[in-house]
Design a protein around this ligand. Structure first.
Ligand code: SF4
Length: 257
């Protein structure tokens, strides 16, 4: 089993964190999406989100990057203890680097997965914790998820979840809005194009301005994201929604060449 030194890819958001005059340094983990590794990492994945997954966006187009993600995923399922030791080491080093650069450290462990990290124990300085979020209370964590009912995650003060809309989970998305989540919607807008003010009757946040979702206004908002990667080739209506549209359930996937 190949054990990489760095499980986290570092992304910097230089935007000023409200009231802190600091940027955010996020360590993002990218697994092999859906069941590519032989293990399911996206329990609520839909046909269109699998086709459009960010797994193939940016550096994800390269074979070597995809192999790295497969190796990480196999390690996570094959030898959980050593994987969690490396993850804790990587987080400790991220915190140190961020502090040195006067930035706020953060982690997003589900870059291309939807795993309930709040249920995965780890050790820090010899002490056992219920999750990395418990082990690192000084660290802000955030993710997108299609899974409703992650009660422990929602209760954690340092883990922020944004619900993610697919072509077939409108009912869950409406329930998520009711429960106080924001809902991310991939739209047929180009990057830089102005987003609608409201969508489906809910106020819209431009999710392309920053990836730092834990700074979004709380609950009841649509986070509008422009289609990236393969999603750019999906005809609007299903996973990618029309900026003039709203919630719906009767959409078919139409991939264009
Ligand atoms: S879009 Fe999300 S849920 Fe769908 S395959 Fe990609 S990571 Fe998994």
């Amino acid at each position: 089993m190949y054990k990489t030194k760095n499980l986290l890819s570092i992304s910097k958001d230089s935007k000023t964190v409200k009231g802190m005059a600091k940027g955010v340094m996020t360590g993002i983990m990218y697994f092999a999406q859906h069941n590519l590794s032989g293990n399911q990492v996206c329990p609520k994945a839909s046909p269109e989100c699998i086709a459009a997954c960010l797994y193939t966006a940016g550096r994800g187009v390269y074979n070597v990057v995809q192999t790295g993600r497969l190796n990480k995923t196999k390690w996570f399922f094959g030898e959980r203890d050593t994987f969690m030791v490396r993850l804790v080491e990587n987080i400790q080093s991220l915190v140190k680097t961020a502090n040195k650069n006067n930035m706020l450290p953060a982690i997003r462990l589900n870059g291309t997965s939807d795993i309930a990290w709040e249920k995965i124990a780890c050790k820090r300085d010899g002490k056992v914790f219920q999750s990395v979020f418990d082990a690192f209370p000084e660290l802000q964590s955030y993710d997108y998820s299609k899974v409703l009912g992650r009660k422990r995650a929602v209760a954690l003060p340092n883990y922020h979840l944004t619900f993610s809309l697919s072509e077939n989970n409108d009912a869950d998305a409406l329930e998520a809005l009711k429960q106080g989540y924001n809902v991310a919607v991939v739209m047929d807008t180009k990057r830089g194009e102005e987003k609608p003010k409201t969508w489906g009757g809910y106020p819209v946040i431009d999710g392309d301005e920053t990836d730092v979702r834990f700074l979004d206004p709380k609950g009841g908002h649509i986070v509008a994201l422009s289609a990236k990667g393969k999603a750019r080739h999906i005809v609007s209506g299903g996973f990618v929604r029309s900026k003039n549209g709203g919630f719906r359930t009767d959409i078919m996937l139409k991939l264009v060449a």
